[in-house]
Every structure is written in C-alpha cells, then in structure tokens.
Design a protein around this ligand. Structure first.
Ligand SMILES: [Zn+2]
Length: 250
C-alpha cells in the first residue's frame, strides 16, 4: 500500500462500527476517495475532523492496491466555513455541493478545477454581495463542465445552427445538451423555454470559466436559471439531487 497525501473536502461521513468509521473525501489530487479510519473513536483527536462534513483537511491515507477501502492514517484541519453554522440557506447550499461531489464523481477521478470551485463556493456563501443561488448556479456550471456536460449555448445542440443573441425566446433541452432552435425545439421532449435574458446570463456565467464568483445575476432571471440548472443536473446525475429543493430560488 502506498501512502498518499492530499487536500480533502469531507463530503460524506458514515458510521461503521464501534471502533472504525468510513469517510468520503473529495480530494484535489485524487478526486473522490473513500477511506476507513480504524480506531476512529479511540484516536478521536486525529480523526474527528475528517468526519465533519464540509471541513477541509490535509490527509494521509494508505491506498489499497486491489479495490477495497483506503486506510486513513492522518487528518489535520485546514479550513472550516463558519457561515454554515449560522445560515441555514448557506448550509443547504453546502450540503448540495457535497452531494454533487459525492454522487456525481467517480473514485480516483481527479478534477482540481472542481475541487477549487467547491472551496470557492463554500467561501462565497458568507458574502453578502453574492446571493447563495448564484453561487450554486456557478458551481453547477463548473460541475457540468468537469463532467463533460457543459451545455451548448452558442448554437442549437441538435442541428448546430447558430442561435443569435437577442432572439426573444429559444428552447433549452437537457437531453439535447443545450439550447435548441425554434425548429428543433418542438421535437425535444424535455424542452423548456429560455428567455433571451436567461440565455445572456447563462453565456456570461459559462464564459467566466474557472471563477465560480459571478457578478450578481439579474433577479428576474435568477429563478429561471435555478429551474433550468436543476433540470440539467438531474438529467446528468440520473435523478433529482436530494438537496435540490433546498437551493431553488434562494
Ligand atoms: Zn436546431
């Protein structure tokens, strides 16, 4: 077994037995890692932090060669997000980020930009100038991009014809993978209308690329984007995220 060091965000903690516990970490270096902490209770001072959801810690773990759980040997707290203890909307948004990392990514499939976006999102939750829903929307776009599902916004995802800015209304289809033109829209079963302002806001957010922090989204399109991104994320995940209802329209 090789000893690995990583910067990790705790995305799930599960009790295992009297003496051992399992934690799910999303690490910057290795992606998702599920590790067993033997003597998790006896060695509480070493491990306690690695079971607190949404805590960032430096960890050392022994990587199993042939499947099975890795063995956590060290965990040192690096960062916490105090707003999660005082603001319920922020806490739900944090849980939602954890859910997308825990259930939307594979073990040992690293995505450093996604890790960085998660940390940025959690930090932004305390920012009074950044509405929680905008942070969530920006995070979802990075999540989709890293998983290879960036929605196509410049042209019809079905036929490739250009969708010009300023068209009063287009359609959006998660299964087609982006905007669809007025000719293709009617045959996309999961189409939803998308306003010109909504398309503009989406293009702006997607163009920001690495930075999940956006200037505020126009309040009139905020709800529209939440509904749309929720549908896209549910499509990619294969089910509706458990926490989605708690981050809609906040
Ligand atoms: Zn088309």
């Amino acid at each position: 077994m090789a000893a690995e060091k990583a910067l990790a965000l705790v995305v799930r903690g599960t009790d295992w037995s009297e003496t051992s516990r399992i934690t799910t970490l999303f690490t910057r270096e290795f992606g998702k890692v599920q590790a067993l902490a033997k003597g998790g209770r006896r060695l509480k001072s070493n491990f306690e932090v690695a079971f607190d959801l949404l805590t960032v810690c430096q960890v050392v773990f022994l990587r199993k060669d042939h499947g099975g759980l890795d063995l956590l040997t060290e965990a040192r707290m690096e960062e916490r997000f105090p707003v999660l203890r005082s603001d319920l909307h922020a806490l739900y948004a944090g849980y939602y980020v954890a859910e997308l990392l825990a259930h939307g990514t594979q073990d040992y499939d690293p995505h450093p930009p996604l890790f960085d976006a998660a940390i940025q999102t959690l930090r932004s939750l305390g920012d009074p100038l950044q509405p929680v829903s905008d942070s969530v929307t920006a995070f979802e776009l990075v999540w989709l991009k890293e998983l290879g599902y960036s929605p196509r916004l410049d042209a019809c995802a079905a036929c490739g014809s250009r969708v010009a800015a300023g068209v009063p209304q287009v359609f959006f289809s998660p299964s087609a993978g982006g905007v669809v033109c007025s000719a293709c829209g009617p045959v996309a079963p999961d189409r939803r209308p998308l306003s010109a302002a909504g398309l503009d806001a989406l293009r702006g957010l997607a163009a920001e690329g690495e930075s999940p922090l956006s200037p505020g989204i126009d309040p009139t399109v905020r709800g529209e984007l939440r509904g749309l991104l929720g549908q896209v994320v549910s499509f990619v995940l294969g089910r509706r995220p458990r926490l989605l209802g708690y981050v809609e329209g906040r």
